[in-house]
Ligand binder design. Structure first.
Ligand SMILES: *[C@@H]1O[C@H](CO)[C@@H](O)[C@H](O)[C@H]1NC(C)=O
Ligand SMILES: *[C@@H]1O[C@H](CO)[C@@H](O)[C@H](O)[C@H]1NC(C)=O
Ligand SMILES: *[C@@H]1O[C@H](CO)[C@@H](O)[C@H](O)[C@H]1NC(C)=O
Ligand SMILES: *[C@@H]1O[C@H](CO)[C@@H](O)[C@H](O)[C@H]1NC(C)=O
Length: 412
């Protein structure tokens, strides 16, 4: 019966060119539009609510996220996902209660057109995760978010600046990947921040005042930006993972990592590091229980190893234009300190591990040769399957979130 009504409605809708809209309860509650939700009765069983769809017929419209969703009524609702339904956030018109405590913990806006997010447009609810990936956001104004949001994800938007006080002040995890960030204002980051991921932006520089405030940072990811030198991180003593791969760093400042006793990964791969005393400059104190340093895909041709205590360290070194006459010595000295990747990758006969430099050779010809050498490695890494260990993206969860496993077999 229900099916027949649905079918008739569907034919009617298709025939007359009207759009068939409703809410349906299946493994989640799905609504085509905000208006449908207002008519929907079965509030009690609503745990996950999806409004809109990525390829739907319904045109996005202006929505008030505070007034059009009556959070207090949906007392079991934990997850809301709104897809391609909003083309403008309406501000709250009149005074309304703030429901700081609510069952709602995960809020996702995806493929909407939000452009600018101002104060009084977003619900004031404490959340575990607020995801705003891919909404065409160009600007977030100060105090746009409620302060109690544990994790916020603004990736795949068009942000150019992180303005003062524009992020939730109590967030511990912030991700703004693949935007157009070129600047962060002094009070732009939440003070209790632990994870910050700004990969895929236009950053050349982070002012010292910005990082001065985030002393609890454990993971800092700045891959695929435009840094020529390391940002001022010397005081970030809690860092576990520091990733600044795929930038243009050519020089390192001595002692940057000196006080970071918990450090487990420094990823400097795919930069422009030439300095043969790079390991002396890194001068990691050797206090870390285990530290991996990736210098893969740089411009190292030699490596000074004098006076280093490297007991607990592992190095990833492939894709550097090593001088053939020094490489074998380096390899021998570092034998147990070298990552498996350094051996696994050059096993391909077509890929030389070192370069035989011609004495007094033409400088530009040599530079071209080195560029080709590094590019060949880069190409191979890019095409490696996800399940192999040596890739251009070192998996980091094993350092940040080590999982203890116990596996038991059954007997008779
Ligand atoms: C951001 O905050 C800092 C520190 O409070 C202040 O010096 C700076 O002027 C602010 N920037 C803007 C654009 O308001
Ligand atoms: C940093 O971490 C410590 C220890 O967990 C905590 O007491 C402190 O409040 C944190 N700082 C901020 C600014 O959240
Ligand atoms: C190594 O240490 C010795 C003794 O402290 C010192 O004389 C020498 O200059 C050091 N070498 C380098 C390259 O730092
Ligand atoms: C060896 O490298 C070349 C390119 O440098 C690539 O075409 C070929 O597939 C690689 N072979 C293996 C077995 O990985």
């Amino acid at each position: 019966m229900v099916n027949r009504v649905f079918l008739v409605g569907f034919i009617f809708a298709t025939f007359f060119g009207v759009i068939w809209c409703a809410c349906r309860q299946s493994y989640v509650t799905k609504c085509d539009h905000f208006e449908d939700l207002k008519k929907y009765e079965d509030i009690e069983n609503m745990r996950t609510l999806i409004i809109g769809s990525e390829h739907g017929d319904v045109e996005p419209s202006p929505v008030s996220l505070i007034e059009d969703l009556d959070y207090y009524s949906y007392y079991r609702l934990s997850t809301v996902i709104i897809v391609r339904s909003i083309n403008q956030l309406k501000p709250q018109l009149s005074w309304k209660c703030d429901y700081h405590e609510s069952s709602l913990k995960y809020f996702t806006l995806y493929a909407n057109k939000l452009k600018v997010i101002e104060k009084d447009q977003l619900p004031r609810i404490s959340l575990k995760l607020f995801s705003l990936v891919n909404n065409g956001i160009e600007s977030v104004k100060p105090y746009a978010f409620y302060h109690q949001i544990e994790e916020i994800d603004l990736s795949e938007n068009l942000l150019e600046v992180i303005e003062n006080d524009s992020l939730p002040s109590e967030s511990t995890s912030v991700s703004i990947r693949n935007n157009k960030l070129a600047h962060i204002e002094a009070d732009g980051l939440p003070k209790g921040l632990k994870n910050l991921n700004l990969a895929g932006n236009q950053l050349r520089y982070i002012p010292p005042e910005v990082l001065k405030n985030v002393k609890n940072l454990t993971e800092l990811t700045l891959r695929h930006n435009k840094f020529n030198s390391l940002p001022p991180i010397k005081h970030l003593e809690q860092l576990v993972v520091f990733d600044i791969s795929f930038n243009s760093i050519s020089t390192l400042e001595r002692g940057t990592f000196e006080k970071m006793d918990n450090l487990k990964l420094i990823d400097l791969s795919d930069n422009n590091i030439h300095q043969s005393d790079v390991l002396q400059l890194l001068s990691t104190p050797g206090k870390q229980p285990s530290l991996t340093v990736s210098l893969a895909l740089n411009r190292l041709s030699n490596l000074e190893l004098e006076n280093l205590s490297l007991q607990t360290q592992t190095f990833v070194l492939y894709g550097n234009p090593w001088k053939c006459n020094v490489w074998h010595e380096i390899k021998k000295s570092l034998s147990v300190r070298e990552s498996d990747c350094s051996f696994e990758l050059p096993s391909n006969e077509t890929l030389p591990i070192c370069v035989s430099y011609v004495v007094d050779g033409d400088y530009s010809a040599r530079e071209t040769e080195i560029a080709k050498f590094v590019a060949a490695f880069r190409e191979i890494l890019k095409n490696r399957p996800r399940n192999v260990y040596c890739r251009d993206d070192l998996s980091r969860n094993k350092w940040l979130y080590p999982i203890k496993r116990n596996c038991y077999g059954f007997h008779g």
